[in-house]
Design a binder for this molecule. Structure first.
Ligand code: 5GP
Length: 187
């Protein structure tokens, strides 16, 4: 009997504010069959964010218990909060031949590659750090203090770009989207 082919795992990463979410949501709209993983986080919900849709919002104790039980395929601390990807969800979908996409931070992306070498890592770069700063202030989702924490880690994130399989600059959204779509679904 022919064995079902496994789906591919894509990991989209890059600094906060670079536009990962916009690009990934566009991809999901145009390719509804793509499976997006919903992460668990200890961060407080932002206005309009829904539990189970944007994230599973959990207490720190619950999160750490899941870490101890090996429930996450990867997890990381980012700007003072924990974020993690559910292992069972990802594996079950890959086993059903579905492509799965994770939108996670750079440390988490590199952990995924260590565990699953077949994962395809895509780094989204800002046109410049100045532009990134402007976008973070413009989106008004985080306080000044939160933004500063996020900007403090940008350099170390950009320094890890060479460890990704692909990178693309999000200067013009349509162009960046076209590149992302080509990487996931081919030319
Ligand atoms: P935000 O607080 O802005 O929603 O997310 C902060 C950062 O955490 C973003 O770079 C986002 O991609 C990343 N992130 C979201 N979910 C996960 C996850 O499950 N694991 C890791 N390592 N990072 C995540």
């Amino acid at each position: 009997m022919e064995q079902n082919k496994k789906g591919k795992l894509f990991v989209v990463s890059g600094p906060s504010g670079v536009g990962k979410g916009t690009l990934v949501n566009l991809l999901k709209t145009r390719h509804p069959e793509l499976v997006l993983s919903v992460s668990a986080t200890t961060r407080k919900p932002r206005r309009g964010e829904k539990n189970g849709m944007h994230y599973f919002f959990v207490q720190k104790e619950v999160f750490l218990d899941r870490v101890n039980k090996g429930k996450f395929i990867e997890w990381a601390e980012f700007a003072g909060n924990y974020y993690g990807t559910d292992r069972a969800f990802v594996e079950e979908n890959l086993d059903k031949s579905r492509h799965v996409l994770l939108e996670i931070d750079v440390k988490g992306a590199l952990q995924v590659k260590e565990k699953m070498n077949s994962a395809i890592l895509i780094f989204i770069e800002p046109p410049s750090v100045e532009e990134l700063k402007k976008r973070l202030f413009k989106r008004k989702t985080d306080s000044g203090n939160e933004i500063q924490k996020r900007l403090n880690i940008v350099k170390s994130e950009l320094d890890k770009k060479h460890r990704f399989d692909y990178s693309l600059v999000n200067k013009c959204l349509e162009q960046a989207y076209a590149e992302l779509e080509r990487l996931v679904y081919g030319a």
